[in-house]
Write a protein that binds this ligand. Structure first.
Ligand code: PLP
Length: 108
C-alpha cells in the first residue's frame, strides 16, 4: 500500500474504478467490471476476436481491414478453427453490402 500523499497503487485503482463506473453509465453497461482497458486498438481487437468462440464458424470480413483484425482471423483460419472470406472494398474502402448479400460479389 502507498504511503499517504503518494499517488500510486490504491489511488490509481480508485481512478480506474471510477472511470469504469462512469463509462458503464454512459454506455448502459450493467457491470463496470466488464469494461477492459487495453494498450490500444490492436490489443482490444485481438482480445475480442480471440475471446469469441468462433470455432467452426464461417467469418466474413473485408479485404481492407487493419492487420489487428486480419492477422488474428488468418491465424484462426490457419489453425483450422474457422473458414474465412474477404469481401472486396472499393477504392474508398466501401463494401457493396447489398450486392454481397445477393451473392453478386465473389469472395476470396
Ligand atoms: C482501423 C485501425 N484499426 C486498428 C488500428 C491499431 O490501433 P493501435 O495502434 O491503437 O493498436 C489502427 C491504427 O492505425 C487502425 O487504423
Amino acid at each position: 500500500m502507498s504511503p499517504p500523499g503518494d499517488h500510486g497503487g490504491w489511488a490509481n485503482e480508485d481512478v480506474v474504478s471510477e472511470c469504469r463506473r462512469q463509462l458503464a453509465t454512459l454506455f448502459g453497461i450493467r457491470s463496470p467490471a466488464n469494461i477492459v482497458f487495453t494498450s490500444g486498438a490492436t490489443e482490444a481487437l485481438n482480445l475480442a476476436i480471440n475471446g469469441l468462440d468462433l470455432t467452426g464458424r464461417h467469418v466474413v470480413t473485408t479485404d481492407c481491414e487493419h492487420n489487428s483484425v486480419i492477422r488474428p482471423l488468418k491465424a484462426l483460419e490457419r489453425a483450422g478453427r474457422i473458414s474465412l472470406s474477404l469481401a472486396p472494398c472499393n477504392a474508398y474502402g466501401v463494401v457493396k453490402v447489398d450486392e454481397l448479400a445477393r451473392g453478386q460479389i465473389p469472395l476470396d
